[in-house]
Ligand binder design. Structure first.
Ligand code: GDP
Length: 445
């Protein structure tokens, strides 16, 4: 996600590092590089212009010239502006004050709507809601069945027209589903509507008819982020044709550039509310502009990481670990091991490590990450005494040799692990103190 942009911006900031003052030429050069970075990330031109203009203006202002370290100030400004174009505040779902909350999904075929419907249902279930999925996509031959399969996977019932009655009217199905939800006390209704291969009038009309019939609390436009600027064009067409309240970006995992995510809000004026980033039902979450900006700038996304750990596992332990990050030297190798073992259950390390600050420079290694490496790290830590895990500073040469032997690894492996641990801890402590916003020790390089 956003790999191109992250790398580009990291290079840009590298050139600024160590400069005590920024000349007009420095600012111009930086602005130019940021412009290229955004264009390469496939961000829409008007958005690029506005972004670069804002950064430039602020870079010339007091906040930068008066600062001790102008380069860090520039990074902070870029962070702020990224948060702004990504939508500012996290836009959360609005629930109906009485009766079931009705969420209607619209979008092109293949956008990932049906998958998304189930992911959203699961996410709502985790928020203690009792959702009902509604199959109002009666166009695509097996759309109903696909939703039923997905519904089963996440344990959420699906309301669909009787089999053999496949020519039914989607507006009637949608209307009937609300009645069904009231009867069966579902508090959220998720209506999956038909998509087409391209934007067309009939499709828009049908979506508009369903919308008028059920008066949804939220109409969400689902769009494949991998199609880049086409996503933005389609989003605009749907906005004019049907209208919606928020956007859901799918397949962010396959989108190295990020152009759609970065442009869609500014172009349509509608917030990105959710992001889907994988084939698994749990690869889905609220879209947090500030966290996304931190990820782009390779400042990590510890909040999401800790949240996920809390959700799936021992929340007390996760809380303790989070607290320890805030105290100097508080986070130990034992904590690291415990967290690693818990987090590991969440899925691939590649994904999880990607949320740690400063990992951008290891992107290639991450992508080729050998999951067995975790077994090796685990073996090394488990070959340490409790005292060593609590206070890794005592691990001297002879202890390293013993640990290497005990875990069947080389001394260099032990060295590497211990060094990396100290480095990561320092970085995380600084982030925790700085509230995760730049002062920016987490920056790469
Ligand atoms: P629909 O036509 O809009 O209902 O799209 P589907 O839900 O059938 O999804 C189309 C394809 O995209 C399927 O193969 C999904 O598995 C895949 N897909 C959906 N969401 C994601 C995602 O976030 N990441 C990836 N990699 N694939 C996804």
């Amino acid at each position: 996600m956003f790999a191109t942009l992250s790398d580009r911006l990291a290079d840009t900031f590298k050139n600024l590092r160590g400069k005590g003052r920024l000349s007009e030429a420095d600012i111009d050069a930086t602005a130019r590089e940021i412009r290229i970075a955004l264009l390469e990330a496939d961000v829409a031109l008007p958005v690029v212009k506005e972004f670069v203009g804002a950064v430039k203006e602020r870079a010339r202002s007091e906040e930068v010239s008066g600062a001790l370290n102008p380069a860090q100030q520039i990074i902070k400004i870029v962070h702020d502006e990224l948060v702004t174009i990504l939508g500012g505040e996290t836009r959360r779902l609005r629930y109906a004050k009485s009766g079931p909350t009705v969420i209607m999904l619209a979008g092109l075929q293949g956008a990932g709507k049906t998958t998304l419907a189930a992911k959203l249902a699961l996410w709502l279930k985790d928020q203690d809601k009792t959702p009902l999925l509604v199959a109002a996509d009666l166009q695509r031959p097996n759309a109903v069945q696909q939703l039923q399969v997905n519904g089963e996977r996440v344990g959420v019932p699906v309301f669909a027209p009787e089999p053999g009655n496949g020519t039914g009217n989607p507006v009637d199905v949608a209307r009937a589903s609300i009645e069904e939800a009231r009867r069966r006390l579902h508090d959220v209704v998720i209506i999956d509507t038909a998509g087409r291969l391209g934007v067309d009038e009939t499709l828009m009309q049908q979506a508009a008819d369903i919308r008028d019939a059920v008066q949804p609390d939220e109409v969400l436009f689902v769009v494949d982020a991998m199609i880049g600027q086409d996503a933005v064009t389609t989003a605009q067409a749907f906005l004019d044709g049907v209208g919606y309240d928020g956007v859901v970006l799918t397949k962010l995992d396959g989108d190295a550039r990020g152009g759609a995510a970065l442009s869609i809000r500014s172009i349509t004026g509608k917030p990105v509310m959710f992001a889907s980033s994988g084939e698994k039902m749990t690869d889905f979450d609220l879209f947090h502009p500030d966290r996304m900006a931190s990820r782009i700038l390779d400042m990590g996304d510890m909040l999401t990481l800790i949240e996920q750990a809390e959700k799936a596992f021992d929340s007390e332990q996760a809380m303790r670990a989070a607290e320890k990050l805030g105290t100097k030297g508080g986070f130990t190798l034992e904590d690291f091991l415990q967290q690693m073992m818990q987090i590991r259950k969440l899925g691939s390390m590649t994904k999880i490590m990607g949320m740690l600050p400063g990992m951008g420079q290891f992107r290639d290694q991450l992508e080729n990450f050998d999951e067995r490496e975790i077994d090796r790290i685990q073996a090394i830590i488990q070959s340490m005494t409790p005292a060593e895990r609590e206070n890794p500073k005592i691990i001297d040469g002879s202890r390293r040799a013993r640990i290497a032997k005990g875990s069947g690894r080389q001394v260099s492996d032990v060295n590497q692990l211990v060094d990396r641990f100290f480095e990561a801890r320092k970085m995380m402590e600084q982030m925790a103190r700085g509230g995760g916003v730049p002062g920016m020790p987490g920056m790469p390089g």
